[in-house]
Write a protein that binds this ligand. Structure first.
Ligand SMILES: [Mg+2]
Length: 220
């Protein structure tokens, strides 16, 4: 990486979890914190609780419910928003995110958050970090009715926030989202190498890879 030519880029679309923010929070939350509380609540062993919860996750993977705080609150009988607050100290931006956003802002390119996260998660994350200050708009797939993995999401987004496919940069950590964006016709796509800094970096072949936001700080 990478041959990002900023003179071709007029608009910047950014994913939140795993892209601007370290996915460690979400991974820890869903893989450890939620199963622990679910086990306690249902009087199950942690192992059984994890098994049951992961099966529930599998059933809604790639749908809006997967990302929906209200869905999980009802499904599990746990106050998901409250549980998130308990581990909110783990919410953190990736290195050089703020420097990157400040530099893009200076060039006057619109910066749009494009996320599958539920509004309650977005609010919590913006309270705990600084990136929200630099955004021109926040688009949640929950408002559009389709997740970013589907072509419908991008069609719908085009109607509420018209953008030029040839001049819009999308940075995301999800390969299924990036594949949907490529099929829709995006010309400038970057995949985040290491969404969760506590996990080993991924091997990626299909898209230009972003190792660090320090690599793509624009100067004009
Ligand atoms: Mg993501």
């Amino acid at each position: 990486m990478n041959n990002l030519n900023w003179s071709d880029i007029h608009t910047v679309f950014l994913d939140m979890d795993g892209t601007l923010l370290d996915l460690h929070f979400d991974n820890y939350f869903w893989r450890e914190h939620v199963p622990q509380h679910y086990a306690k609540y249902k009087h199950l062993s942690l192992e059984i609780a994890k098994e049951q919860f992961y099966a529930e996750c599998k059933a809604v993977e790639g749908t809006l419910n997967w990302y929906c705080v209200d869905f999980w609150t009802e499904k599990l009988g746990l106050d998901i928003a409250l549980l998130k607050e308990e581990v909110a100290h783990l919410i953190a931006e990736h290195p050089f995110v703020i420097e990157f956003l400040q530099a893009v802002k200076k060039t006057q390119r619109p910066i749009i958050l494009v996320t599958n996260a539920h509004q309650k998660s977005i609010d919590l994350k913006m309270r705990k970090t600084m990136f929200g200050e630099y955004l021109d708009q926040v688009i949640s797939s929950h408002d559009l009715g389709f997740p970013k993995e589907t072509p419908e999401f991008w069609h719908k987004l085009q109607t509420i926030y018209p953008f030029e496919l040839a001049h819009t940069l999308l940075i995301d950590d999800s390969l299924s989202v990036l594949n949907a964006a490529r099929e829709y016709g995006f010309q400038h796509l970057l995949v985040v190498r290491n969404p969760d800094t506590k996990q080993p970096p991924r091997n990626l072949d299909d898209f230009d890879v972003l190792e660090s936001f320090a690599q793509i700080i624009p100067n004009k």
